[in-house]
Design a protein around this ligand. Structure first.
Ligand SMILES: Cc1cc2nc3c(=O)[nH]c(=O)nc-3n(C[C@H](O)[C@H](O)[C@H](O)COP(=O)(O)OP(=O)(O)OC[C@H]3O[C@@H](n4cnc5c(N)ncnc54)[C@H](O)[C@@H]3O)c2cc1C
Length: 318
């Protein structure tokens, strides 16, 4: 069985959490694990990654790689592929991954799987899972040869253990770049990053009006030390900005606790939150599909239950 090559993604000098999730996927496959760390002044990050699931880390530490440039990254990845001959190259399904992964697959003339949320070893082959038809079905894709795959952030937890790993410099010719880095324009910081929240309290159309989000939903999120989320109709109506939306066309979230208030549980919403560790659903309709994925279901008016919960949590905290 061939090895796995992880392409770690460096952002602002640090390896992203999504890369540690790739390490989780690679380690569970039980194959030899290699990683590529590319950047400038990132030797310390490479050492840390080697000990946290990255296996044998190949480091391309060069001024030319200080900022993301698809030509430079592609050249480094090709050098790492040539050095390791992996069965699979795992890249995070991030804007960087979307940009560079298809180039690698085309250059290697190998298979390509995009946006997979899981990978397993079956009978000597790698089997990837990805959601299709807006999350209604999970498709299984069996790699019959070497493959490049982008993996959905949040598909698994970041690697937690400690591993024996090593770091060695990789020679790569980065000189032929046709594009040049100009500048990074950082988008204006917006309210929430649901992907990192451990507790999310989401409101749906059942909340009824925009003012009720700051009045009813946000106070419970605040009392629990969590973040507020929403279903799509809430965002489509302009009650909250898009970054609050959970679901197939919003964010995929995996918090420890997800509270859904006034959300029916359409498949496109469930796709975004069914990886949550514990789900509490509050809905007036006992037949609402959200109850099928709920650990605790409360058939009641959210305007009675949510303020009562907020009060109880605040009182418990003193
Ligand atoms: C291509 C596509 C992509 C989509 N992507 C997404 C996505 O990313 N995220 C997403 O959420 N949706 C998405 N949708 C929309 C999705 O199909 C549903 O329409 C949407 O999730 C429904 O939102 P909701 O549950 O808030 O509203 P509704 O389905 O209208 O449900 C409202 C619920 O509130 C309950 N309720 C009403 N009043 C109260 C009360 N006082 N107390 C308690 N319960 C009450 C009702 O019983 C009902 O169950 C997508 C659809 C398409 C076609």
């Amino acid at each position: 069985m061939g090895s796995i090559l992880i392409v770690a993604e460096v952002q602002n000098g640090s390896i992203r959490e999504a890369s540690y999730e790739l390490a989780s996927f690679a380690q569970k496959l039980g194959r030899e694990v290699h990683s590529l760390v590319i950047g400038s002044g990132v030797a310390g990050e490479a050492e840390a990654f080697a000990k946290k699931g990255g296996g044998t880390v190949h480091l391309v530490d060069a001024e030319a790689a200080a900022n993301y440039n698809v030509d430079v990254y592609a050249a480094a990845i090709k050098a790492a592929v040539a050095a390791t001959s992996p069965d699979a190259v795992l890249i995070s399904n991030t804007p960087t991954g979307w940009d560079v992964a298809p180039r690698i697959a085309a250059a290697q003339d190998c298979g390509f799987v995009s946006d997979a949320f899981d990978v397993a070893e079956e009978g000597g082959s790698l089997v990837f899972k990805r959601r299709v038809f807006n999350g209604k079905l999970d498709a299984q894709i069996t790699a019959s040869g070497p493959v490049v795959a982008t993996m959905q952030p949040g598909g698994t937890a970041p690697f937690e253990g400690t591993t024996d790993g090593s770091v060695s410099a990789l020679e790569a010719d980065l000189s032929g770049a046709k594009s040049a880095f100009v500048e990074v324009k950082v988008a204006e910081a917006k309210g929430v990053d649901l992907s990192k929240a451990e507790i999310i309290v989401s409101g749906g159309r059942g909340v009824g009006e925009p003012e009720k989000f700051p009045e009813v939903i946000q106070p419970l999120a605040d009392a629990l030390g969590g973040a507020m989320g929403a279903s799509r109709p809430v965002v489509d109506a302009g009650w909250l900005p898009h970054e609050y939306q959970v679901g197939s066309s919003g964010q995929i979230v995996t918090p420890k606790l997800y509270i859904a208030a006034g959300i029916s549980g359409a498949i496109q919403h469930l796709v975004g939150m069914k990886g949550s560790n514990f789900v509490i659903a509050i809905n007036k309709d006992p037949d609402a599909p959200i109850f099928e994925v709920a650990d605790v279901g409360v058939v009641a008016d959210l305007f009675e239950v949510v303020p009562a919960l907020t009060e109880a949590v605040s009182a418990a905290k003193g």
